[in-house]
Design a protein around this ligand. Structure first.
Ligand code: HXC
Length: 265
């Protein structure tokens, strides 16, 4: 990230574990945290995604450790947390970005298809928060969950992901209340359509792209940096009184959806 938004070293001395940090939005979040001075552990299933992402961070002068783990496995996640503490000595920030999704009508969705997405997005988020709790409460920590806007309305073909992300929002608010007293803040970012991401590639057929763009009030798709800037803020002491917030970053898109009358007709 080349833009300079924050003071130097806003997160220096902090250690962050970022799931899904090898690709997409969360890779951008990991780069931004590293750019702000945090040392980051990138976690996802595939080492071939993690190594290049870690290399980009190192090339920019940051410090990153790739660690292969499946967030659906609590044992895997415990190992990732242990490796973080062994390598960097502590853990201050957790970003839950690992997610899985596909388009499927509810009547064709298998129980395993529904369960797989809920397991990655929701249970994976719980697993990481739970495994990290002991370390996060030591020095006062911050959890940042990546949610979505699908679940704010009834989104066709997205029952599984909407259910999972609604659960992530609930988990965010519950942990904010339960763990705030331990010095752990829990917040979420709900990105709308962000360009050049796996989500857009998988979920938005090319012919619908322009139609969707016209429905975004600010007139453009989001950029990974739009999410990453908020992530840096939320994980920093500048947000020390922000706890339990689910912040939508979508240019106003979801507010403009499903209207009888919309500006573009
Ligand atoms: C219907 C499908 C399907 C599809 C998989 N399944 N793809 N059902 N339509 N396109 C079903 C399978 O048939 C199977 O059920 C079950 O899901 C598990 O599938 P597997 O392939 O065995 O699972 P796995 O290898 O663990 O893969 C998980 C995955 C996959 C989610 C299905 O797509 C994945 O790994 N994705 C990771 C990357 C990703 O999706 N990134 C996008 C994130 S975007 P049966 O019954 O047959 O056994 C995102 C944004 C959210 O999350 C918000 C958007 C705005």
């Amino acid at each position: 990230m080349t833009e300079k938004i924050f003071v130097d070293n806003l997160l220096s001395g902090r250690v962050a574990l970022v799931t899904g940090g090898g690709t997409g939005i969360t890779a951008g979040v990991a780069r931004a945290l590293a750019g702000a001075g945090a040392r980051v552990v990138l976690v996802s299933r595939k080492m071939e995604h993690l190594e290049p992402a870690a290399e980009v961070i190192r090339r920019d002068g940051g410090d990153a450790l790739p660690f292969a783990a499946d967030v659906r496995s609590f044992e895997d996640v415990e190992r990732a947390v242990a490796a973080t503490v062994a390598h960097y000595g502590k853990l201050d920030i957790v970003v839950n970005g690992a997610a899985g999704n596909f388009l499927c009508p509810a009547e064709e969705l298998s129980a395993n298809g529904f369960g797989t997405v809920v397991d990655i997005d929701l249970k994976g988020t719980f697993n990481v928060c739970r495994a990290a709790f002991g370390e996060l409460k030591r020095g006062g920590g911050s959890i940042l969950n990546i949610s979505a806007t699908l679940q704010l309305l009834g989104t066709p073909l997205q029952l599984h992901a909407s259910a999972a992300k609604a659960g992530v929002d609930a988990l965010t608010r519950n942990l904010a209340v339960e763990w705030g007293g331990h010095g752990i803040r829990t917040n979420a970012i709900a990105p709308g359509p962000i360009e050049d991401t796996e989500g857009i590639k998988r979920l938005l057929p090319e012919p619908l792209k322009e139609k969707l763009r016209r429905r975004i009030p600010v007139g453009r798709f989001g950029r990974v940096a739009d999410v990453a800037h908020l992530a840096v803020f939320l994980c920093s002491d500048a947000a020390s009184f922000v706890n339990g917030a689910v912040i939508v970053v979508d240019g106003g898109h979801w507010l403009n959806a499903n209207r009888l009358l919309s500006p573009e007709g």
